[in-house]
Design a protein around this ligand. Structure first.
Ligand SMILES: Nc1nc2c(c(=O)[nH]1)N[C@H]1C(S)=C(S)[C@@H](COP(=O)(O)OP(=O)(O)OC[C@H]3O[C@@H](n4cnc5c(=O)[nH]c(N)nc54)[C@H](O)[C@@H]3O)O[C@H]1N2
Ligand SMILES: Nc1nc2c(c(=O)[nH]1)N[C@H]1C(S)=C(S)[C@@H](COP(=O)(O)OP(=O)(O)OC[C@H]3O[C@@H](n4cnc5c(=O)[nH]c(N)nc54)[C@H](O)[C@@H]3O)O[C@H]1N2
Ligand code: SF4
Ligand SMILES: [Mo]
Length: 871
């Protein structure tokens, strides 16, 4: 029996440790019981990692202009094009766009190459869309971008306030740690979110505030802290700006939150009463034109009460991506230098340049993401390298960004697959080694540095991102600066550089790791920074020592500003966007897992029942959203989880999976003036029923790319399932279906009623079902989850679309670990009288492994109990 290899989950910033064992057909994945982030737990996405490592769809060799090429040709072309652009148009004519999913070693080299050698600060990252407001807020309050707290604080707090964070779905293991602590010590949980989310199922209080009004709420809290004598006068000796912040708080108008004053009173009382309070915040805070102010409004309350950096007590920004924190540390953002040093500080610049012995160093911040893609669009940037991110989908005003990339003179994309909306636009496509094949380090939310270790061989001609960058550096003439024996070599250099940061009085110092041997690097166990002679791990700020020049913290006077885009007669809805439990961003990896795809198989928009009624939108209709930027079509989910006037849509679907549902096409590129972070959660749109002439549902053994105004594809165990809709009914369903499925000759069974607009077609080869299409003038009613199991089987009755009596339809998967569907759970509740999540677990196993679905099981229970009460 081979020993499992310890590594780190490549998804969220929780940074769970995993134990990996290669198997015949993939990878066995278990939670690492010794990792301090998860102590053995994993969520649904982490548990399904083994299903995502297959080579289907992988990019295995470089491509130049769509033709397979070799590394020598491809990298020489990259080096030549970047050099020519710098020579002819200056350094600011080139740019890198990076990702918080890069390993620290990749990220460090990219930053060194472009800032120190190419001589431009035009390097930004998807962290601009993610953590930039927190970075700005931390720097304004603390003098540097420090997360003071640790995960243990979640467990030792008596009150946890979640602001704009759907922790249950986005940091499920942290949520489980919180819920376990609640069971043990009765931790109170408050959720501040305009939308009722799965996270609210574990909450004592939910404040459904008006989108974008967090500053007003926390200003009110600050005023209450003062009025009710909860200020920590002693701690205030370490804080500047109290009076101005308080004056702004007293000038603030709580009514813009539109919250029930009684709810606000309950929240304030809890906060005032509870010393051990942790405030967790995430994208509901960051992704706002007032994001940095929201962060400071929260930090103000912690500074005023002296509740910071103590056990169970302080503000905790949860990072999204696995190495979002590492990216902040290496200076991936256009306005940062490596190791928390500032590009605008001459002393910092000189120190870093001196360390690198580099020929140049930009004197000012470069273009931030939104401005960068505008510069790509108007031709100022002529050579662009995109690594480990999919901006043609994830940037606001995504269709404009897609056009900008398409029109750029020279675009390089490094990815693990060529099948992304961005990769399809590349002049040079570089095949990256993927998570299970590459080695390096990542830093999670609570500053713990963990190793990611390679367990599978690098397939085809793939190479790790850092090696691609180093080779381009060498080919551009900086042989010595970019020659590294290994990723350990890169890491040692980076750790050595961080000593400068420590010497300059900054927080980020891992110089204790600068002389790690290769073996020690390989064996590195999870370690929280700082790692230096003078300080090891732990928390920051309880001692009142901050990083502004005078050593004090700063409270900021902040004033409520509503979202930039205003609703009105033309665009009456406020569009909120975010994540679902089982998909990761643009789905290039999670959509490969049938289990994960079964949770929510189609893009959707949540709409309040009152609005739906008014717009004559019924359940399962398609809805068309239009904004000044673009439009999107997705399935209606009618629910009072969203308020009237508000819509919520997930961010995950793309040109590859549902081309009409690229939600960022409708999102405006408005940014926070302080952080440059886009307001991804508060666009304005109109909503109408999408007038489809026909609706379809297809199942197929083989992958297909349909032609229809609307389609959405999801992987199943048996193949794929596809939702379809069109504006005009095709002349001949047989011809249409044969073309769509690529089955010109398969045997056809067909049932058709042209008058009613109903058609059902099944295609068999040698008695085995290849594909089937179900068409109706209304959303197709069918046992989808049953039908999806049929391709590849002898299924003579496929056209009924109905499960035989002995095989009940399980419904959409709720528990992805044990594949338990909603209907199965509902039936068990009804027939077995199950009353608790535990009882359901005992009966069906649902919720007993990773636990990610427990909030939804609880919601199902509550729903059925409510129904019973109403009967
Ligand atoms: N399953 C899954 N998990 C993930 C990811 C994923 O793709 N899938 N991505 C990871 C990444 S990179 C990130 S950044 C994190 C994001 O993690 P989260 O920030 O928790 O996730 P989101 O769904 O983007 O948004 C959180 C909540 O903000 C709310 N919100 C919107 N506007 C406001 C507002 O004005 N005020 C307040 N208080 N709340 C508001 C939304 O309704 C939403 O519920 O998740 C990480 N984890
Ligand atoms: N409207 C709206 N927009 C948003 C958000 C929102 O909440 N609302 N959230 C924003 C946030 S917080 C984030 S973090 C972004 C995320 O958005 P993106 O970063 O664009 O999304 P990903 O799908 O994570 O893109 C990662 C890409 O890297 C590729 N990849 C995987 N492994 C490797 C590797 O080892 N090397 C290389 N080179 N490539 C690899 C994947 O195939 C994929 O194409 O979206 C942002 N956009
Ligand atoms: S919570 Fe889930 S997605 Fe996040 S790191 Fe842990 S296992 Fe991975
Ligand atoms: Mo993110």
């Amino acid at each position: 029996m081979t020993q499992p290899i310890r590594s780190t989950c490549p998804y969220c910033g929780t940074g769970c440790g995993v134990l990996l064992t290669p198997t015949e057909n993939g990878l066995e994945v278990k939670g690492d019981p010794d990792h301090p982030a998860n102590y053995g737990r994993l969520c649904s996405k982490g548990s399904a990692l083994g299903e995502t490592v297959g080579l289907g769809g992988r990019l295995l060799a470089p491509q130049v202009h769509g033709q397979e090429s070799d590394w020598d040709t491809a990298l020489q072309l990259v080096a030549d094009k970047f050099a020519a652009s710098i020579r002819d148009h200056g350094p600011d004519s080139v740019a890198f766009y990076l990702s918080g999913q890069l390993l620290t070693e990749d990220y460090y080299l990219a930053n060194k190459l472009i800032k120190g050698y190419m001589g431009t600060a035009n390097v930004d990252t998807n962290s601009r869309l993610c953590m930039a407001s927190t970075v700005a807020g931390h720097k304004r309050a603390f003098g540097t971008d420090t997360v003071p707290q640790t995960y243990e604080d979640i467990e030792s707090a008596d009150l946890v306030v979640l602001v704009g964070s759907n922790l249950a779905w986005c940091h499920p293991v942290l949520y489980q740690r919180l819920i376990a602590a609640k069971a043990e010590r009765g931790t109170k949980i408050v959720v501040i979110d305009p939308r009722r989310t799965a996270t609210c199922d574990g909450a004592d209080l939910h404040l459904p505030l008006e989108a974008g009004s967090d500053v007003a709420l926390f200003n009110h809290l600050l005023a209450q802290i003062y009025e009710q004598g909860a200020v920590d006068a002693e701690f205030l000796a370490h804080v500047n700006g109290f009076d101005a912040a308080l004056a702004a708080a007293f000038n603030s108008d709580l009514s813009v939150t539109k919250l029930d004053p009684d709810l606000v009173r309950q929240f304030c009382n809890l906060f005032l009463r509870t010393e051990k309070t942790v405030t967790i915040f995430s994208q509901g805070v960051n992704q706002s034109s007032a994001g940095a102010d929201k962060v400071n409004a929260i930090l103000n309350c912690h500074l005023a009460t002296g509740r910071i950096g103590k056990p169970g007590c302080g503000p905790l920004s949860v990072t999204g991506q696995p190495n979002a924190m590492g990216g902040r540390e290496v200076g991936g953002l256009a306005n940062m230098l490596a190791c928390h040093l500032d590009i605008e500080n001459a002393q910092h610049r000189d120190a870093v340049q001196g360390f690198w012995q580099s020929p140049c160093m930009p004197q000012a911040a470069g273009l931030k993401a939104v401005d960068m893609f505008r510069a790509v669009g108007d031709g100022r940037i002529k050579a662009l390298w995109i690594i480990h991110t999919n901006p043609a989908v994830s940037m606001p005003d995504a269709s404009a960004v897609r056009d900008a990339i398409a029109g750029c003179d020279f675009v390089v994309v490094s990815d693990v697959t060529g099948q992304t909306d961005t990769a399809r636009l590349a002049d040079v496509l570089l095949p990256a080694s993927a998570w299970a094949e590459k080695s390096g380090t990542v830093t999670n939310t609570d500053r713990t540095i963990s190793r990611q270790r390679a367990v599978l061989p690098e397939p085809g001609f793939t190479r790790p991102d850092w090696a691609q960058l180093a080779e381009v550096g060498r080919r551009m003439g900086w042989e010595e600066a970019f020659t590294y024996a290994s990723e350990a070599d890169v890491f040692r250099e980076y750790a050595a550089l961080s000593a400068i940061s420590g010497d300059l009085g900054k927080d980020f110092d891992i110089s204790g790791l600068a002389t790690l041997s290769d073996e020690a690097y390989d064996d590195l166990s999870p370690t929280r920074w700082p790692i230096a002679d003078h300080k090891q791990g732990g928390r920051f700020f309880a001692d009142g020592q901050f990083f502004h020049a005078d050593g004090k913290a700063k409270m900021l006077a902040v004033t409520h500003r509503p979202p930039v885009a205003r609703t009105g007669p033309r665009y009456p809805f406020r569009l909120n966007t975010g994540r679902v439990r089982d998909q990761w961003h643009t789905m290039t990896r999670t959509a490969r897992s049938p289990r994960l795809s079964a949770h929510l198989a189609e893009p959707f928009v949540e709409i309040n029942p009152t609005d739906a009624r008014q717009l004559e939108i019924k359940a399962n209709d398609l809805v068309q959203l239009k904004s000044p930027q673009g439009s999107a079509v997705m399935r209606a989910r009618i629910t009072d989880a969203v308020q009237t006037g508000a819509l919520f849509a997930p961010i995950h679907w793309t040109g590859e999976t549902a081309p009409a549902a690229r939600i960022c096409d409708t999102v405006a590129g408005e940014v926070d003036p302080v952080s440059g972070q886009p307001e991804s959660k508060a666009s304005v749109v109109s909503a109408t029923r999408f007038q489809a002439a026909w609706f379809g549902f297809a199942i197929t053994l083989n992958d297909i790319t349909p032609q229809a105004e609307y389609w959405a594809k999801a992987k199943t165990e048996a193949g794929f399932r596809v939702e379809l809709a069109g504006a005009t009914v095709p002349e001949d369903w047989e011809a249409t279906a044969r073309a769509m499925f690529g089955l010109p000759e398969a045997d056809l069974q067909i049932l058709q009623d042209k008058k009613r607009g109903v058609a059902r077609l099944a295609f068999h080869k040698d008695g085995i079902l290849q594909a089937a299409l179900f068409v109706a003038p209304d959303p197709v009613a069918l046992m989808r989850d049953y039908a999806a199991t049929l391709p590849g089987q002898a299924a003579p009755d496929a056209l009924t679309g109905r499960a035989p009596a002995h095989m009940p339809d399980p419904g959409p998967t709720l528990c992805s670990c044990f594949n338990v569907g909603v209907n199965t759970i509902l039936t068990a509740i009804e027939t077995q009288g199950l009353m608790s999540v535990e009882a359901i677990g005992a009966a069906l196993q649902a919720g007993t492994n990773c636990g990610s679905c427990r909030p939804e099981i609880a919601a199902l229970l509550a729903q059925t109990q409510q129904l019973e009460a109403a009967e």
